[in-house]
Write a protein that binds this ligand. Structure first.
Ligand code: GDP
Ligand code: GDP
Length: 437
């Protein structure tokens, strides 16, 4: 299920990114190696009152020059109106109502989207005097808060989550493999979609329904049913996407959330850039099966080790996704296109794999016997047993004497042993350590 979207808008410096970080808490991307660049992170997930949602910080759109401020906030509002189910409109109690606030208010008002007005920097929540003037913006009761201290953020989320719609989504049977294609602009996503759907043995059913975020194409091939969740053409729609490429990532997010298998399309001609990593990281974080598809292989100059070299490069860049297989092809010439579907089928199966508890425990016992857990301040981790509690992705609970004693490196070791036995090709694994009660 794709999560509903909450967007935060407001002029610079009102505290959008402070609130954004509070909402997403510690669910930060593990793929970001550069600390401190909060503006790079504009998309996160949050949960409140049992609802989970995506949050967009639109503050990343900044335009310099004359009128830069007004143009930035206009564009932010435009993006939020386009993407969000609920908009949090942030203003600054210390600054009062400004022209830019009024400008945003008008745009939001016309959009008829549900709006929650948050008044930030009310450092003394007892002093309501500061917020009365914001009634003039016309969005009802403002929610006072202090992002700096975290006060009032709960009230803000209460109000926002209350306005989230109950989404009606196209639901598919479990035996249908849902495939999303993601990748930065021009890597060849549309071409690949066309190549796949144009294949002789592919039977495309009439397009069952388009969601707001992606276009679904159900089809059948060699007796297996699939749905292609396509985001490719989307960025061509609005000017926001042309000017701010990183926001096209949001479209990819919506597709990823609904997919089983994510094809991370890479331009073989250009190699890998930072943006590819961000995009792939979302598949990993969301627990989806993933395949690296190196496209435009027709124009790559090749020798007998080119594939191996490219694979090594991928492994170096995507350290957290060593499980994902790599397929080389050309969407243009359709060369090697037949290699793709067997891999999709395989990783989809592995993503949904359930392993027998007894075999799993035998493997863990062997692993512990070969390489016992190190001691920590004189205490040693003891593993009681392991059990798989979920699929898509496979999720394992490890019951131990004290979860604090499970170190990252040992968990990694166990994961490697589990993969050596069951492979779990193409799928992330989730391991959780619990105290045996
Ligand atoms: P953005 O540009 O809207 O994303 O704003 P930021 O989140 O970057 O915050 C702008 C400045 O306001 C930073 O210096 C924050 O530390 C500060 N700030 C954020 N929340 C509060 C608050 O509740 N009270 C006060 N006094 N300052 C805050
Ligand atoms: P998208 O933005 O990711 O959907 O990329 P497109 O499918 O629109 O492709 C971008 C450009 O790359 C177009 O000019 C395509 O013709 C070209 N292209 C796509 N796939 C291939 C390929 O396999 N080989 C070559 N040489 N060009 C390709």
């Amino acid at each position: 299920m794709a999560r509903p979207v909450i967007a935060i808008v407001g002029r610079p410096n009102v505290g959008k990114s402070t609130i954004f970080n509070r909402i997403i808490g510690d669910r930060l991307a593990i793929v970001e190696d550069k600390p401190g660049i909060t503006r790079d992170r504009i998309y996160g997930t949050g949960e409140w009152n049992g609802r989970s949602f995506s949050v967009i910080d639109t503050g990343g759109i900044e335009i310099d020059g004359e009128d830069g401020l007004l143009r930035s906030v206009r564009m932010q509002a435009e993006l939020a109106i386009e993407e969000a189910d609920v908009i949090i409109f942030m203003v600054d109690a210390k600054a009062g109502v400004t022209n830019a606030d009024e400008e945003v208010a008008q745009m939001l008002f016309r959009s008829q989207k549900p709006i929650v007005l948050g008044v930030n920097k009310v450092d003394n929540l007892g002093r309501m005097d500061d917020i009365y003037e914001f009634y003039s913006l016309g969005f009802g009761d403002p929610v006072p808060m202090s992002g700096a201290h975290g006060q009032g953020v709960g009230d803000l989320l209460d109000a926002a989550v209350n306005k989230l719609p109950v989404k009606e989504e196209q639901e598919y049977n479990d035996d249908i493999i849902k495939v999303a294609l993601i990748g930065r602009p021009n890597v060849g996503k549309s071409s690949l979609v066309n190549a796949i759907l144009g294949e002789e043995r592919v039977i495309v059913s009439n397009i069952a329904g388009t969601t707001r975020d992606a276009i679904d194409t159900p089809f059948e091939k060699d007796g297996q049913k699939y749905v292609l969740i396509d985001t490719a053409g989307m960025r061509k729609r609005g000017k926001v996407y042309e000017t701010t490429e990183k926001y096209s990532v949001m479209r990819a997010m919506q597709a990823i959330e609904r997919a089983d298998v994510v094809l991370v399309v890479i331009n073989g001609e250009e190699g890998i850039i930072e943006q590819d990593k961000h995009i792939a990281g979302y598949a990993h974080e969301n627990g989806k099966a993933a395949i690296f598809v190196v496209n435009k292989w027709d124009v790559v100059e090749k020798h007998d080790k080119t594939m191996q070299h490219f694979t090594n490069t991928i492994r170096d860049h995507f350290l957290f996704m060593t499980y994902a297989p790599v397929v080389f092809l050309s969407a243009l010439t359709k060369h090697r296109l037949t290699k793709l579907f067997p891999v999709i089928d395989r990783v989809a199966e592995q993503h949904a794999l359930r392993v027998p508890t007894n075999v799993l425990n035998d493997i863990i016992s062997d692993a512990v016997a070969i390489n016992p857990p190190p001691t920590d301040k004189g205490r040693r981790l003891r593993i009681n047993y392991v059990t798989q509690v979920a699929v898509k992705p496979p999720t394992l609970l490890i019951f131990v004497n004290d979860p604090e004693l499970m170190h990252f490196s040992y968990e990694r070791y166990l994961e490697n042993k589990i993969r050596a036995a069951f492979e779990f090709e193409g799928t992330p694994l989730r391991l959780f350590t619990r105290k045996k009660s």
